[in-house]
Design a protein around this ligand. Structure first.
Ligand code: FAD
Ligand code: SF4
Length: 432
């Protein structure tokens, strides 16, 4: 932490703010963090008020300040752009939360817990946000988490070189200190998973288990040593297996397959662990890569090589990966995603030596989740009411990636807030 703005720089930046009426930046934040208000407060030197606004609206205000793609959210909407460049909203937000920590200012106070028991499944940003909002409203909240530590993708996905463990721990501690119980290594699974919670007296459930089952390429040689998913690679970097993955990639030639943000994290992670060379293999063109522009530039600056219009078709090796056979692609007509479809060029095969292949294609729900209850699914996501995130079972709500598909931290926070409000209404007999 700490490589962001100083108080002087943050105040100078806030002085550039046009103090817009109906601030477009605030309207562009999915979680309602309200940058228009906290920047206005900082502008008028009300530093604690600014910190309070962030923390009241977003329990992951620091995390979002660090990892939000602000260039396509609040900063894209910023009116100051018409004059010169947008206000650095993400950096100001991060600075303010860190400043609050540095001076020992905690704006959120614990409420008396005296209402019904609510269970949350999954301790990612959606689950923990919902937990905090309900605890502040007096509900007795327990978060059940499958993994060893809380945080979801903030801990086991986004690497520490982008999001420090110290800051994440601090934001999670702020939530648990409000009386939220987090039970780690306690998965809620199986056909009787939800029934048991009901029997234990939980009156409502918020399902926020994310998407943790990696989609694999499934080509010949996928079982060779050295071929793994980005979920496993990035997750292992945060556990006792960290030295195993380091040994796996150190001084090796690594291929990362995919063009999204996760691929960029895996590629940069492998490079930071000492890989000799890292190649991103992607089947469409550079402009079609789903990763943020900033991430692609960062990866290129880190010395990662991009092999675009390239489709791996076979892993080769004796026991361990030795090479990847690829085929060149060309772009055809747009597909359902609006991006031009990659078409393999027959006869264009070429083979490149690689020691490690990390597949960063996509993730989907764990298969066990479908067993949990008779919920309505839309292919790979749980169907909920747009109005209140209620599932087909009236006492079960869902949000975050399990509803949206792969999305953003700030959107998970938004869902956690919305579900908490709906659950409270439901339990107070005001909702459906
Ligand atoms: C590598 C990577 C980089 C990313 N980078 C960014 C970024 O820079 N900016 C950004 O905004 N977003 C980023 N994202 C996306 C963001 O992290 C997710 O959108 C967000 O974490 C989703 O939150 P969630 O609460 O829905 O689920 P998750 O964060 O996935 O958390 C779900 C939790 O539920 C637990 N769980 C699952 N099943 C069970 C069960 N049966 N019982 C109990 N617990 C269970 C899981 O172990 C997990 O801890 C990134 C994602 C990845 C993978
Ligand atoms: S849109 Fe930009 S200029 Fe307007 S209030 Fe927000 S940060 Fe300030």
């Amino acid at each position: 932490m700490g490589e962001g703005l100083t108080l002087t720089l943050a105040t100078e930046e806030a002085a550039r703010c046009l103090l817009c009426f109906d601030a477009p930046c605030s309207q562009a934040c999915p979680a309602g963090t309200d940058p228009g208000s906290f920047i206005r407060k900082l502008h008028f030197r009300n530093v604690t008020g600014a910190i309070r606004t962030i923390k009241k609206n977003n329990p992951f205000g620091w995390t979002c300040g660090v990892v939000c793609p602000t260039a396509r959210l609040c900063e894209l909407a910023c009116s100051r752009t018409a004059i010169d460049k947008p206000i650095q909203i993400g950096k100001i937000q991060r600075f303010l939360v860190e400043h609050g920590w540095a001076v020992g200012f905690s704006p959120i106070k614990k409420a008396e817990i005296k209402k019904d028991k609510v269970a949350i499944i999954g301790s990612g940003p959606a689950g923990l946000t919902c937990a905090r909002e309900l605890a502040l409203n007096g509900y007795d909240v327990t978060v059940f988490e499958k993994k060893e530590k809380a945080g979801g993708n903030l801990r086991y996905g986004i690497p520490t070189f982008r999001l420090s463990e110290k800051g994440l721990d601090r934001e999670i501690e702020e939530i648990t200190s409000l009386g939220v119980t987090v039970k780690t290594e306690t998965p809620i699974e199986g056909k009787d998973g939800l029934t048991k919670l009901k029997e234990e007296g939980f009156k409502a459930v918020f399902l926020s288990p994310g998407l943790w089952s990696p989609v694999r390429l499934g080509i010949e040689g996928s079982d060779l040593n050295g071929v793994l998913s980005a979920t496993d690679f990035l997750g292992a970097m945060r556990t006792h297996e960290a030295s195993d993955v380091e040994n796996l990639v150190r001084d090796k030639v690594v291929a990362v397959i995919g063009g999204g943000s996760v691929a960029m994290d895996a590629a940069m992670g492998a490079k930071k662990l000492g890989a000799k060379d890292v190649y991103v293999l992607y089947r469409r063109s550079y402009t079609e890569m789903p990763a943020e522009e900033k991430e692609k530039i960062q990866a290129l600056n880190d010395g990662i090589h991009f092999f675009i219009l390239t489709q791996p078709v076979k892993y080769s090796g004796k026991g361990s990966l030795e090479s990847i056979v690829c085929r060149r692609t060309r772009l055809g007509d747009p597909d359902d995603s609006g991006r031009r479809r990659p078409e393999e060029i027959q006869g264009s095969e070429f083979e490149m030596p690689f020691d490690v292949a990390i597949e960063a294609l996509a993730t989907e729900p764990d298969t066990g989740l479908r067993e949990l209850a008779d919920l309505t699914w839309d292919n790979k996501t749980i169907t909920v009411s747009d109005a209140n995130l209620q599932t087909s079972l009236p006492w079960v709500y869902a949000g975050g990636d399990i509803v949206r598909g792969p999305a953003l931290v700030v959107e998970a926070v938004a869902d956690g807030k919305k579900a908490a409000e709906a659950i409270a209404q439901h339990l107070e007999g005001k909702g459906e």
